[in-house]
Design a protein around this ligand. Structure first.
Ligand code: DHB
Length: 310
């Protein structure tokens, strides 16, 4: 079985979508919900709806994807309404609401709105969108990150987590984890796309996406070793009660197995879901079960975090 838990919540399958992929409209969210996925997350909602960056803003590459979407979304009220309706229809099926501010002061406003709503699922505060021109990824600025978390948790008493960008230095993991451990987080989600990569079309010597001169977030197989390292490094540093959603570079059941070995409670699908569609959930469910059977495991908690080192 692929049953798993995060905080006090239970899920029948470790797989879910990554925010931004297959979750901008109610129709897309319904398709994820109807798949074998254990849960789903909405597109990151902002206080006001946004149309996002100019197209083309997403491309499939040799071993992954590049995107500079720019937070196109229907607005937080749309996703909050979807989530409240969903939970009324599926009382046993907790889901995730992803939200982000366009400026730090939006975060407590979003937190208060969700706090005052009937939403009973988990909220993912996205601190790592790499694609809005002129707006840095918040979670690379540790002082601002701490200020935003303080403001969020002043208003917010429901289960919450943060979506983090990839970090690359062990000292950064120490610094970020020390901050996160001060707050009543239920989970982190690691990693968001590797920000500001570049892909060039060899025929035309031209970038593949239009926004920001072609720079965009990289996902897929390019991201996998970075995702494994981030999940592992945070699992070694965070309070034991903070769960981890592992995201980044999963294209096979073996990839998901490895994220769980590093400590992931749930595994989310970004690029592979964008390129393969919701059929990826049944394929990966079958492949992960086969990998576990090969290793003699029947439940994910038998090997979660059990990575061997030399
Ligand atoms: C977008 C991309 C991200 O990786 C993210 O976390 C949030 C938003 C985007 O460009 O829409």
């Amino acid at each position: 079985s692929l049953k798993t838990t995060l905080g006090d919540y239970r899920f029948d399958n470790v797989f879910m979508n990554a925010s931004g992929v297959h979750c901008e409209t109610a129709a897309e969210l319904d398709e994820v919900a109807a798949s074998p996925a254990g849960t789903l997350v909405t597109k990151t909602g902002t206080l006001q709806p946004r149309s996002g960056n100019p197209e083309p803003r997403f491309a499939v590459l040799e071993l992954g994807t590049i995107n500079s979407m720019g937070l196109p979304n229907q607005g937080v009220d749309y996703y909050l309404a979807y989530a409240e309706q969903f939970q009324a229809q599926h009382p046993e099926q907790p889901i995730f609401l992803s939200v982000a501010g366009m400026q730090p002061s939006d975060f407590p406003v979003l937190a208060q709105k969700i706090q005052d709503s009937g939403f009973t699922g988990l909220t993912e505060f996205n601190l790592s969108c790499p694609n809005v021109p002129g707006k840095p990824q918040i979670a690379y600025d540790l002082a601002t990150t701490a200020e935003i978390l303080t403001a969020i948790f002043t208003a917010f008493k429901k289960p919450a987590g943060v979506k983090l960008p990839p970090y690359f230095d062990l000292a950064q993991f120490d610094q970020v984890a020390a901050i996160l451990n001060r707050y009543p987080l239920t989970f982190i989600n690691s990693i968001n796309s590797r920000g500001n990569g570049l892909w060039i079309d060899p025929e035309t010597d031209t970038t593949t996406i239009r926004p920001k001169g072609g720079f965009g977030g990289i996902g897929g197989q390019y991201a996998k070793p970075v995702a494994l390292a981030n999940v592992r490094a945070f699992r070694q540093r965070l309070r034991a009660d903070i769960g981890i959603i592992g995201t980044g570079g999963v294209t096979t059941g073996r990839d998901a197995y490895e994220l769980i070995l590093c400590g992931a409670n749930l595994v989310s699908l970004g690029s592979v879901l964008a390129t393969e569609g919701v059929g990826a959930f049944s394929r990966l469910t079958t492949e992960l079960k086969a990998e576990m059977a090969k290793k003699g495991y029947s439940r994910v908690d038998e090997f979660r975090g059990q990575l061997n080192t030399l």
